[in-house]
Design a protein around this ligand. Structure first.
Ligand code: CP
Ligand code: NVA
Length: 307
């Protein structure tokens, strides 16, 4: 494969993009969703290959990227940490250099944002963040796409997050600034995201704030979002369970949001913990559309990275 000139188009974190580029990716995603049965889209990435490195488990990310590449005419190669030489100590930098000679893009799911940065630094092909302990930008692109399909422009709307302030929440914070919506975060004070993130929001003129409780967060919300209380790598502990119990999304909580508020969850869900069955299976839940849109949003991301 020929060396590329200049820096590749990485998809690392939403805060690194301007709004116009994120909008362009979402437009590509919508076009590819609409035109998924046409010859043009089925050949868009003909003969292109994506390597996917997984240091953590996945259902949606793995299947949606693999199927997405296939639908665009390319293909994907999956590497789990234990099956490739990363697991035996080969550096991320060397892995990046080698994979860049075989494939056209690399997606990675890793615990460490530093490893993601190292991969991006040394790869001469685009690198896509498929989740780190800090963020999950592909997910939030799918979520914004899903909200807008159901309710129109997200700008000016109110999104409520109730639960652990984790990697997914951090990408929601980035999105709130980039897509100009209000974000209210209800989470136990000891679990809040670090102050630097809110300093960034303030510097960017965003509207993101912590509120005291879940009821205050969902008041006037157009969308209520939550996620697991125990992200991959976190130990299930009773203390954390008790801290987070008041933030569970229940029917009673949903009644405090706008009557037409949507419910989202990136999945996998832990039913009975962060969300009740009645909510996730209820009329306001769009979690299956959200999961489907991982496929379309990531096709938009791949198309943008490789266009
Ligand atoms: N939401 C999400 O990223 O799911 P997976 O962990 O199954 O990929
Ligand atoms: N916060 C969750 C998201 C899973 C897609 C985790 O990191 O495990």
């Amino acid at each position: 494969m020929a060396e590329r000139k200049g820096r590749p188009r990485h998809f690392l974190d939403l805060d690194r993009f301007d709004t116009a580029t994120l909008r362009r990716i979402l437009d590509l995603a919508q076009t590819l969703k609409r035109e998924r049965h046409t010859n043009g889209s089925q050949r868009l990435l003909a003969n292109r290959a994506l390597a996917m490195i997984f240091e953590k488990p996945s259902t949606r990310t793995r299947v949606s990227f693999e199927v997405g590449m296939r639908q665009l005419g390319g293909h994907a190669v999956v590497l789990s940490e234990t099956e490739c030489q990363l697991g035996r100590g080969e550096t991320m930098a060397d892995t990046a250099r080698v994979l860049s000679r075989y494939v056209d893009a690399i997606m990675i799911r890793t615990n460490s944002p530093t490893k993601l940065a190292e991969l991006a630094e040394y790869a001469s092909v685009p690198v896509i963040n498929g989740l780190t302990d800090d963020s999950h930008p592909c997910q939030i692109m799918a979520d914004v796409m899903t909200f807008e399909e159901h309710r129109g422009a997200i700008a000016g709307r109110t999104v409520a997050w109730s639960g652990d302030a984790n990697n997914v929440a951090r990408s929601w914070v980035h999105a709130a600034v980039k897509f100009a919506f209000r974000l209210r975060l209800a989470c136990p004070p000891p679990l809040r995201l670090n102050g630097a993130l809110l300093d960034w929001v303030q510097a960017e003129g965003g509207d993101v704030a912590y509120v005291d409780d879940a009821e205050a967060a969902v008041d006037q919300a157009d969308l209520v979002v939550t996620d697991t209380w125990f992200s991959m790598g976190a130990e299930a502990a009773e203390k954390r369970h008790n801290q987070l119990a008041p933030y569970r999304v229940s029917e009673a909580l949903m009644r405090r949001a706008k009557p037409d508020a949507l419910f989202m969850h990136c999945l996998p869900a832990h039913r009975g913990q962060e969300v009740t069955d009645a909510v996730i299976d209820g009329p306001q839940s769009v979690v299956w559309d959200e999961a489907e849109n991982r496929l379309h949003a990531q096709k938009g991301i791949l198309a943008w990275c490789l266009e």
